[in-house]
Design a protein around this ligand. Structure first.
Ligand SMILES: Cc1cc2nc3c(=O)[nH]c(=O)nc-3n(C[C@H](O)[C@H](O)[C@H](O)COP(=O)(O)OP(=O)(O)OC[C@H]3O[C@@H](n4cnc5c(N)ncnc54)[C@H](O)[C@@H]3O)c2cc1C
Ligand code: FES
Length: 333
């Protein structure tokens, strides 16, 4: 038995069979729905169910209880149990279609003992067009790919990345750490729905762990000296003070972002640290117990994002204004 699925914004209609995920059905029929991991872990395929109901074989990790209760569903894992009308309204417009490039390494240097700064020139593009918050995929010879978010702003002929070196990682440890300027990477870019929802003028709460700061830095950099910048709180969770490789940069942004509050939070600080300690999401809630008016952006470890989503919703956050970019690990393709 098949069910009729309608996308409210485009009016497109397709049919999903009993045993197939709605995303698979859409793709089979040539209908474009945003997706990335197809495993229920990234949240990219989240839509709002306006009519109808779905079921999951296993509740996907990227869908919180609050999201499900408020009518959101993940199309890569959801099976329709009735006709559906879905809304994709909260996704940002595409700035450029993704395409493959032979990117040239302009610089690889350590930012900390674990994080590399990578600067790429993208051949054939004088000023690559992308949205702060998006990422690229590096394609490896074995057919798999690895994702990394842009850390700089569009408008230049090169793009910056912050790459955490994963011990034993096939790309970040075995390959990238040994690469030199002039060598090439096969990349696909720009990708992903993450980005600033500028039309929603709300105080901004940005929360990142680790190199999850990369797309957040890019988004905030795009707001520097902007008269329409809303108040900004930035919480950055790291382990030790030595890990805070952008500390000086963020401190230098005082006065360039409206009412900018930058709060580094360390989970393994030594006794000399005078700043905040613990989990970054808890520090944000301690300072901002009512999140009902905020535009919230979370980026970094899936564990932080899961916990923060649930806690922030319990403190009034509205899911329509809560945007996430989870750094899930890549699967073999
Ligand atoms: C949309 C998106 C954007 C991302 N942006 C960034 C970014 O800007 N900067 C960045 O540093 N990372 C980012 N990541 C995470 C990054 O893609 C992975 O860390 C990377 O794929 C590791 O590749 P590897 O070949 O070195 O490790 P692999 O060989 O794939 O993995 C080796 C081992 O390490 C584990 N592992 C892999 N990644 C991680 C991780 N992040 N944390 C803990 N364990 C891990 C694997 O499960 C495996 O056991 C992003 C991920 C996504 C999905
Ligand atoms: S594509 Fe559905 S959660 Fe990632």
């Amino acid at each position: 038995m098949g069910y009729r699925i309608e996308i409210q914004e485009t009016g497109e209609i397709f049919e999903a069979g009993d045993g197939e995920a709605v995303l698979d059905a859409a793709m089979r029929q040539g209908i474009g729905l945003r997706h990335e991991c197809t495993l229920g872990t990234c949240g990219t395929c989240r839509v709002r169910l306006l009519e109808g109901s779905v079921r999951y074989d296993d509740v996907p990790p990227a869908l919180s209880k609050a999201e499900a209760e408020q009518g959101f569903a993940l199309m890569c894992q959801a099976h329709a149990t009735s006709a559906l009308v879905i809304s994709t309204a909260r996704t940002l417009a595409t700035v450029a279609e993704p395409s493959r490039h032979a990117a040239v390494i302009k610089e690889v240097r350590p930012l900390t003992s674990e994080v590399l700064h990578l600067k790429l020139g993208i051949a054939g593009l004088d000023a690559p067009n992308w949205r702060p918050g998006q990422y690229m995929n590096v394609h490896l010879p074995d057919g798999s790919h690895r994702s990394f978010s842009m850390a700089s702003c569009p408008g230049s002929d090169s793009v910056d990345f912050h790459v955490r070196r994963i011990a034993g990682g096939r790309f970040t440890d075995a390959r990238l750490a040994a690469m030199r300027p002039g060598e090439r990477l096969d990349i696909e870019f720009p990708l992903g729905p993450f980005g600033l929802h500028k039309a929603d003028y709300r105080p901004l709460l940005m929360v990142a762990t680790g190199t999850g700061i990369a797309p957040i830095k890019s988004m905030l950099e795009s707001l520097l000296d902007d008269d329409e910048c809303p108040p900004v709180w930035l919480y950055w969770g790291m382990r030790t003070e030595a890990d805070l490789y952008l500390d000086e940069v963020f401190r230098s942004w005082q006065g360039r972002l409206y009412e900018f509050q930058y709060v580094p939070v360390l989970s393994r600080a030594d006794a000399s640290w005078r700043g905040r300690r613990g989990h970054v999401q808890q520090a944000a809630i301690a300072d901002l117990p009512d999140l009902s008016e905020h535009g919230i952006y979370l980026c970094g470890s899936p564990a932080m994002i899961d916990e923060a989503k649930n806690e922030f919703v319990a403190h009034g956050a509205q899911l329509d204004h809560l945007h996430v970019d989870a750094f899930t690990f890549q699967q073999e393709s």
